[in-house]
Design a protein around this ligand. Structure first.
Ligand code: HSE
Length: 420
């Protein structure tokens, strides 16, 4: 077995493989022996539990002649080429690489099937939280209608710091970087790309349909202000970056990632700090919730090692992991067709006919209004309108028309809303 990447996760995988060797041998039926570790750090920079003799920067040399390759490099290349070569050579692969799977999943799953090997990726979504297994195997006998979750710990930490400590986005991001949650380049987290890759994987599993990262409508949290968070709290909401995967009608799938107003009584509103939580709704099971650590070396290593034990057991006893299941081939809705409810906050002139004018814009664009609240202030008024669930394209046109409506002085905020 070889481990590609001995960083935060890889080093914990190696440590636990050493410390728990007897247990893993009992559980899988074979001793799990690391024959090579691919890492750019020199042997002397490695922690004491890593045997320097096993470490090499030559990754290619580690994917031939092994039973299992653990890929923890991240990124697309060289990970993609190495994983394909490992599988073609008969190795099962365990990876935490969400970007790779959400971009090249079909190619990789087909290669695994062709080679008759396992391709496991529990750690790619929500770290230690076993939601991949739950969707792929525990719920294979049910019909999933919705997956909704906080799948990026960094952004949840940032939004939570803004809510609980009154920090600005920039200060909360700086805290996240100081504590090691956010990378020096935080783009993938704060712009929602990490969550979008995970949403694609969750939707693919939940709906037995191929969903790639480019199918996901994404909005990050970079523009969220302290005022947005404070207003959300005053209105009885927490602002969370949610991944939302919905089955729409008989044949559609809507997958989106965006800041969302979540009612304070909703279970996802109570998820603090860098934790992850995923709610799954299925026809027979009803609502399920999975919660835990979505990032960090040891939690991700737990997920990786669960996959490693399963892959090793298959080597010993035969069998394979379930194959990719994409038979349903549902229609993945484009950015205008995904559906959400939306809150729009307007500053308007407080005069006759304003509400009628605003309501007219909604009606003309086919968007149904769920609630309207008006708060007077000086000569203006602030109106908050929450829509029913509507097509994103219709919601966009509504907001664009509101911006052009003379009585509307300012569109203050536009945010998706999750029902209770
Ligand atoms: N950067 C991710 C997060 C962890 O903040 O949740 C790895 O997926």
């Amino acid at each position: 077995m070889s481990v590609l990447g001995a960083g935060t996760v890889g080093s914990q995988v190696i440590r636990l493989l050493g410390e728990r060797a007897e247990d893993f041998a009992q559980r899988s039926g074979a001793r799990l022996v690391i024959t090579g570790i691919g890492d750019r750090k020199s042997a002397s920079e490695q922690p004491p539990f890593i045997d320097p003799a096993l470490v090499t920067p030559d990754l290619e040399s580690l994917v031939d002649g092994v039973d299992i390759v653990i890929e923890l490099l991240g990124g697309i290349e060289p990970a993609r080429g190495l994983v394909l070569r490992a599988m073609a050579n008969g190795a099962s692969v365990v990876t935490a690489n969400k970007a790779l799977l959400a971009t090249h999943g079909p190619e990789l799953f087909e290669a695994a099937a062709r080679a008759g090997v396992d391709l496991y990726y529990e750690a790619a979504v929500a770290g230690a939280v076993p939601v991949v297994y739950a969707l792929r195997e525990s719920l294979a006998g049910d019909t999933v209608t919705r997956v909704l979750g906080i799948v990026n710990g960094t952004t949840n930490f940032i939004l939570d710091e803004m809510a609980t400590r009154g920090l600005s986005f920039a200060d909360a991001l700086a805290d996240a970087q100081r504590l090691g949650y956010a990378e020096a380049d935080p783009t993938a987290d704060v712009d929602g790309l990490d969550a979008a890759a995970k949403a694609a994987l969750l939707a693919s599993l939940a709906f037995h349909t191929r969903v790639g990262i480019t199918d996901v409508s994404v909005e990050g949290i970079r523009h969220v202000t302290q005022a947005d968070i404070a207003q959300a709290a005053a209105d009885g909401f927490a602002l969370k970056l949610l991944a939302v995967c919905d089955r729409v009608g008989d044949d559609g799938v809507s997958v989106r990632v965006h800041p969302t107003l979540v009612p304070l009584a909703h279970p996802l509103a109570t998820i603090h700090g860098p934790f992850n939580a995923v709610v799954v709704e299925a026809e027979a099971a009803g609502r399920l919730m999975f919660y835990g650590r979505g990032a960090g070396g040891a939690p991700a290593a737990s997920a990786v090692l669960g996959d490693v034990v399963a892959a090793a057991a298959h080597r010993v006893h035969g069998g394979n992991a379930p194959r990719e299941s994409a038979y349903a081939a549902l229609r993945v809705l484009g950015p205008d067709d995904v559906r959400t409810a939306q809150s729009v906050r307007l500053r308007v002139a407080d005069e006759v006919g304003v509400l009628a004018a605003v309501a007219g814009v909604y009606a003309r664009n086919g968007v149904s209004i769920e609630s309207v609240r008006q708060v007077p202030s000086d000569e203006d008024a602030t109106i908050t309108i929450v829509s029913h669930i509507a097509r994103a394209g219709d919601l966009r046109r509504t907001v664009a028309e509101l911006r052009e409506t003379p009585v509307v002085r300012e569109v203050v905020a536009v945010t998706a809303v999750e029902a209770g």
